[in-house]
Design a protein. Structure first.
Length: 381
């Protein structure tokens, strides 16, 4: 009797990374994605050394480095005086210290590298899941078009509105944070005279909700700008919703001239509301587990949302490779990951990490290929 493959719900960064890592661990995998095709959406992805090292381990390093920029430093500056409060080396220094640099690139370039590492038959597009039901020896996924699929186990990597999460723990709504984010990409040539364009710079605002972050893209040819501020009246979650450049500039009119110069160079901007959930006390039940934003959606202030999903993918595959019992594997994966992701969820919400010089090692130095897995209780018994 043929054993069905492991199913992955969602072909985002975490879902595709999990599929690649699980296949490299010797497991058959199928990925279900609601979109009918992959489109070049989004503007940026910031991969800190912990995420780059994880992706290097599944062979994506060379492809990512073809188009990525390598920020020289991670710099913190104060919104009003421009004072620099911390500076970390993120290129050669990070490679020496953590085994990988920081890479910043277009999200679509990362997605293309992930897709290229999977055979086409692994991906099932146009499959919008509406139900997940576990049986004794498998999991049935129901789709909006009336079809269904049976998989041996399921990894819910289907984002903050996860169908898999709702099936495990019941329906609940994410919480609007009261914060909105603006995103723009500006040619570096427009910003002559603005310092530190070759680095990741965070301008800390007068409140925890207020910041401007910039870093290079496309080998430094473009500069990505990500700005957040409190605004209770805007709750649209779409990452493709146009915003107003004039409104953007108005929110930061009191910022340092060098920060304002970044916004003055913008001719268009996207705007979205930021939503989150509290850390979950458990991620797995039986043959179903969660990964990435389905398990731990977080604010962007530590730049670790994608990184946590990528780390999840590697640790999950290691746990699955380590035992033939999938329920035990999911339990060990969750135990290995839940404390770290909860700490980063809460740290991202507080938005104080690295405002001043501090210890970055616990974030950037984490090695998802080497972190110990909890003991297999079945074998111990």
């Amino acid at each position: 009797m043929t054993v069905p493959p492991i199913g992955v719900l969602g072909a985002g960064i975490g879902g595709l990374a999990a599929a690649i890592a699980l296949r490299q661990a010797g497991r058959d995998v199928v990925v279900f994605e609601q979109a009918a095709r992959f489109a070049r959406v989004g503007a940026d992805i910031n991969l800190t050394p912990n995420a780059v090292r994880a992706l290097d381990g599944i062979g994506l390093g060379p492809a990512l480095r073809e188009t990525a920029a390598r920020p020289r430093f991670r710099i913190s500056r104060l919104w009003d005086t421009g004072e620099e409060t911390s500076r970390l080396g993120m290129a050669e220094e990070a490679e020496d210290r953590y085994g990988a640099p920081q890479l910043t690139l277009h999200r679509a370039d990362l997605m293309s590298a992930l897709e290229a590492a999977l055979p086409a038959e692994v991906l099932r597009l146009g499959r919008k899941a509406v139900s997940v039901t576990e049986a004794e020896n498998g999991v049935t996924i129901g789709f909006a078009d009336g079809r269904s699929e049976v998989v041996s186990a399921l990894v819910g990597a289907d984002g903050i509105h996860s169908v898999a999460r709702a099936a495990l723990f019941g329906q609940e709504s994410p919480r609007f944070t009261g914060v909105v984010a603006f995103r723009a990409v500006v040619p570096a040539a427009r910003l002559a005279g603005v310092p530190n364009l070759d680095s990741f710079t965070k301008w800390w605002g007068p409140t925890p909700e207020s910041q401007i972050v910039t870093f290079p893209l496309n080998r430094g040819q473009d500069i990505f700008i990500f700005a957040t501020t409190a605004q209770e009246s805007w709750r649209h979650e779409s990452w493709t919703q146009p915003g107003s450049v004039e409104e953007l500039r108005g929110f930061y009119a009191d910022f340092h001239p060098e920060a304002r110069a970044l916004l003055d160079a913008c001719d268009e901007v996207l705007k979205t509301a930021l939503w989150e959930r509290d850390p979950l006390p458990e991620w797995s039940r039986g043959r179903v587990t969660l990964l990435g934003d389905a398990a731990h959606p977080m604010m962007p202030f530590m730049a670790q949302g994608a990184g946590m999903a990528i780390e999840d993918a590697i640790v999950l595959a290691r746990a699955v490779a380590d035992t033939s019992d999938i329920e035990t594997a999911f339990r060990r994966y969750e135990e290995a990951r839940r404390g770290r992701t909860a700490r980063i969820q809460l740290g991202s919400r507080a938005n104080t990490w690295l405002r001043e010089a501090g210890n970055a090692d616990w974030v950037y130095g984490y090695d998802s290929w080497q972190v110990p897995l909890p003991a297999d209780d079945r074998q111990a018994a």
